[in-house]
Design a protein around this ligand. Structure first.
Ligand code: SAM
Ligand code: MG
Length: 220
């Protein structure tokens, strides 16, 4: 199978199942127009996040890594009118693009972008916890730290999703010199060792190439 087939299959299913409206198209387009990396989730992955939040009945969502707000919009649309999503972004330009996209999507009342390094912002979220869903999608070397914060800021029944965990297959290399690979490996080990977490990981192919995610549930 080749990339062309993966993209065509995504397009087939998206055409039937995934409603990417004007606000989402504009969010992805404005990210590209601002010369930001096209690192947002694919439409079907955004829909998966939306469905996970809805299945969970999420009222509070935490996102680490906003970029242009594409995944933020998918997640925020799963929330009830009085729900809340906090998203953390270190890059001012990304945060500016995301703010415009979130406003265009009519989600300003639900979403708050916090600007700065996530490790510096996370301790300030204790009063707003517990979050029902945490989406970890920023600098992968910090994933172990983000997992520890996610555990502090959630409760039994909460869902933690870690994006981009396959690293083109390099995740299986214990000697990798790539700090992102080591970050994802440590993240996975910490999840596996934690008595309150039950999890799985999926490899994915699609319009975004070869990738994968980890889904963990916080239990009693
Ligand atoms: C993969 S992109 C996020 C994509 C977005 N979640 C989506 O799917 O639409 C990662 C983002 O994390 C941000 N980031 C990187 N390091 C960070 C840090 N230490 N704290 C907060 N954000 C960070 C980057 O600037 C970038 O915008
Ligand atoms: Mg990602």
């Amino acid at each position: 199978m080749v990339q062309q087939t993966w993209t065509a299959v995504d397009n087939y299913f998206d055409g039937l199942l995934v409603e990417e409206d004007e606000a989402l198209v504009a969010a992805a387009a404005s990210t590209e127009a601002a010369d930001l990396p096209a690192h947002q989730v694919a439409p079907n992955q955004g829909k998966l996040l939306n469905l996970l939040a809805r299945v969970r009945g999420a009222r509070r969502i935490l996102e680490i890594g906003t970029l242009g707000g594409y995944s933020t919009i998918w997640l925020a649309r799963a929330l009830p009118a009085d729900g809340r999503l906090v998203t953390l972004e270190v890059d001012e330009r990304c945060a500016d693009v995301a703010a415009a996209n979130i406003a265009r999507a009519g989600l300003e009342h639900v979403v708050e972008i916090r600007r700065g390094r996530a490790v510096d912002l996370l301790p300030g979220l204790a009063d707003e916890a517990p979050f029902d869903l945490v989406f970890i999608d920023a600098d992968k070397p910090s994933n172990p730290a983000y997992l520890q914060w996610a555990l502090k800021l959630t409760r039994p029944g909460s869902v933690i999703v870690g994006d981009n965990v396959v690293r083109d297959g390099a995740v299986i290399d214990p000697d990798s010199s790539d700090p992102r690979v080591q970050g994802v490996r440590r993240f996975t080990e910490l999840i596996s060792e934690h008595p309150q977490l039950t999890a799985t990981a999926l490899q994915t192919v699609g319009s975004k190439g070869y990738d994968g995610l980890i889904l963990a549930l916080v239990t009693d």
